[in-house]
Design a protein around this ligand. Structure first.
Ligand code: ADP
Length: 175
């Protein structure tokens, strides 16, 4: 991946990140309030999900891999009595006040990467590509004024480069 040859100074991260304008919104988890059933693992196929303070704030808490979420939910269903689809998934440090009659919450702060890499939407793509290459990232979150705006994956970058070069994405080596 040789950024400087592929991107001039014209491409910005906002041009390559997802979602695009016509796409569905970014699939995020809120740090509390969602249930196991709402935890996006069944309704989407993304490899990971940003965790935010709330839908309204879009303040970033961290990033959770789909794989870890699936394993944790599966384990909890097997071991923890009472964890069901209606159980709350909680990513906060402290447990929320629990409703007496509700199922027990599933506490998953342990699987959150609390310092995911981020770039801003206006970061030039050559710098973002450099970060991916030097740090060996698979994905990076994109913010605007401190709010979560999107996500960019290694594959998004490769596809964009392929479009620019008008070549088959599989023919470009990532090194
Ligand atoms: P990859 O790009 O390696 O296939 P994913 O399966 O996670 O990785 O992502 C597929 C596409 O969806 C990419 O274009 C990516 O930018 C986007 N994407 C990834 N995670 C999310 C998410 N949580 N919400 C919305 N779009 C996402």
């Amino acid at each position: 991946l040789e950024p400087k040859e592929e991107f001039g100074h014209s491409s910005l991260t906002v041009d390559v990140m997802r979602p695009r304008r016509s796409d569905p919104a970014l699939a995020v988890l809120t740090q509390e309030g969602m249930t196991v059933g709402e935890a996006l693992v069944e309704s989407t196929r993304y490899s990971g999900f940003p965790v935010v303070v709330s839908q309204e704030s879009q303040r970033l808490v961290g990033f959770v891999l789909r794989r870890d979420l699936l394993i944790s939910i599966d384990n909890a269903r097997k071991r923890q009595e009472g964890v069901v689809s209606a159980s709350q998934v909680v990513f906060t440090e402290h447990a929320p006040a629990q409703a007496d009659d509700g199922p027990p919450p599933l506490r998953l702060r342990g699987i959150v990467d609390l310092s995911p890499f981020t770039v801003t939407d206006h970061t030039p793509m050559d710098i973002t590509v450099d970060i991916f290459r030097k740090l060996g990232l698979r994905q990076c979150l994109v913010t605007h004024n401190g709010r979560l705006l999107g996500i960019i994956t290694k594959k998004d970058i490769l596809k964009h480069m392929a479009q620019i070069a008008n070549r088959d994405p599989d023919s470009i080596l990532f090194n």
